[in-house]
Ligand binder design. Structure first.
Ligand code: SAH
Ligand code: SF4
Ligand code: F3S
Length: 437
């Protein structure tokens, strides 16, 4: 029996799809296959922006024919969109052929839900209010070697006014530091070379007192484990980023000198309306502090344009901030109203044409900055961790410590190795080079 998982959204979801695969393996689904050959298809959905939802709806709808042809096929829909208020009913109504709908907090029960569905005709729907237990007891089938994702906490307490995450992921719950450290130690034993610690706001790790230590202490402990590996973490919230974290980052070569620090906007009035609880000045001061400890550090960010009431000059503050900070890259988004969030019912929603013109200008600027940074790499050597082979291009690829993609050619398989590349060409965010050994 085969399975196929379709994932939308962030790293958190990618890792949860690995957990879903773990559950399916335990239930006797032996291997991953194409959509057509699968005996169970699981959609792990995202609802961060409207287009993420539309994507999922389109793809689920497209399965109607397949299901009609193959009655035994099981279709399950889980993840953030399934957890959203009213969405489970909507999914059931629009897609009566869906067999199982499960919320973000119900992932560990997926195996039981499959059993239930096998003995009844009607769809099985389970959406819990909150996460029951921090440890989910699931062994993931990891698909991202040489990188391994490790959750350090779940949920979010911040309620940024545009964001749906706190509603679909619940309040912050931290895993015990000892459990995290043991998991990482075991992954290193298995040969993983890069560990990414995951949380919506890693700097508030242990806010519930359940972790047993603070985030900088945890980072220090994980980075002190033996072996050659790279340690990354995401995401940091500027309101909680502290000097202690910067000090730990500077202390350990194993911690990538890269910080993903979403700023969202460069204007204080908009930041306040977003409930981000920092100012442009505080953000800039944090970057300066970080550079003092780690002069080589690069910063990436997330930006939103067209938040309700954002004026032209407030948008330009964001452009100016991008110029000033010199992010090595940035994810840029058009504000998307999410039902149930505070911003969705604010007056002064920005018309689509205005949003479009703003995002085009912002993307142009961000791309120019990224190209400039990448061009500086030509002639330098960088160390990348080889993670894949691109058959179409005929290149191996991997990332440097900053997350920049490097491509090279090789006669033998280099996946999982640290490679020193002499960079010969830069193309947008990608670097091309020659392996030095
Ligand atoms: N916890 C992380 C990010 C979570 S979502 C943090 O706080 O930084 C990832 C990004 O999606 C956010 O940083 C934000 O830029 C964007 N985003 C979230 N809600 C959005 C919305 N309603 N419209 C547009 N972009 C949104
Ligand atoms: Fe959303 Fe803000 Fe929480 Fe990030 S910190 S997940 S943007 S509410
Ligand atoms: Fe991630 Fe999307 Fe959920 S960004 S936490 S999968 S809403």
């Amino acid at each position: 029996m085969n399975y196929h998982i379709v994932t939308y959204g962030c790293q958190m979801n990618l890792h949860e799809s690995e957990k879903i695969a773990g559950i399916l393996r335990e239930k006797g689904f032996e291997s991953e296959s194409s959509l057509e050959d699968a005996d169970i298809i699981v959609f792990n959905t995202c609802c961060i922006r409207e287009n993420a939802e539309n994507h999922a709806f389109g793809n689920i709808g497209a399965l109607k024919k397949l299901k009609a042809k193959k009655k035994s096929l099981l279709i399950a829909v889980g993840g953030c969109m399934a957890q959203e208020e009213g969405k489970a009913e909507l999914i059931r109504k629009r897609f009566p052929f869906v067999d199982i709908v499960f919320g973000t907090h119900n992932l560990p029960s997926l195996g039981d839900l499959i059993d239930q569905k096998r003995v009844r005709r009607r769809a099985v729907v389970q959406i819990a209010e909150a996460r029951e237990c921090v440890e989910d007891g699931v062994t993931p089938v990891r698909t991202s070697y040489p990188n391994a994702w490790v959750n350090i906490m779940y949920g979010c307490n911040n309620f940024c006014t545009y964001c749906i995450v706190p509603y679909v992921r619940g309040r912050e719950k931290s895993r015990k530091a000892q459990d995290i450290i043991s998991e990482v130690a075991a992954l290193l034993q298995e040969g993983y070379k890069e560990i990414t610690l995951l949380g919506q706001n890693v700097n508030s790790y242990n806010s519930d007192g359940q972790g047993g230590m603070s985030f900088p202490e945890l980072l220090d402990a994980v980075a002190s484990l033996d072996g050659k590996f790279r340690l990354r973490f995401m995401t940091s919230h500027p309101k909680d980023f502290t000097e202690e974290v910067a000090v730990v980052m500077a202390r350990h070569k194993k911690i990538s000198p890269h910080l993903h620090l979403p700023v969202q906007s460069g204007n204080n009035r908009i930041l306040s309306l977003m409930n981000r609880r920092y100012t442009r000045e505080k953000y800039l001061a944090e970057i300066e502090m970080l550079k003092k400890h780690l002069p080589d550090c690069e910063v990436t960010t997330d930006l939103i344009v067209g938040f309700p009431t954002e004026t032209e000059s407030e948008f330009e503050d964001t452009l100016r901030l991008v110029e000033e900070v010199g992010f090595s890259s940035a994810f840029t988004f058009v504000y998307s109203p999410r039902t149930g969030t505070k911003a969705a019912s604010m007056e002064g929603q920005i018309p689509e044409e205005v949003q479009k013109s703003r995002i085009i200008r912002l993307v142009d600027l961000v791309n120019r900055k990224t190209r400039e940074k990448s061009a500086e790499y030509v002639g330098r050597t960088v160390e990348i961790l080889c993670e894949d082979y691109d058959e179409k291009k005929g290149y191996y690829l991997g990332r440097d410590a900053y997350g920049r993609m490097g491509y090279f050619q090789s006669e033998k398989n280099r996946i999982g190795e640290f490679i020193t590349l002499k960079i010969t060409k830069a193309n947008g965010i990608s670097l091309y080079g020659e392996a030095q050994d």
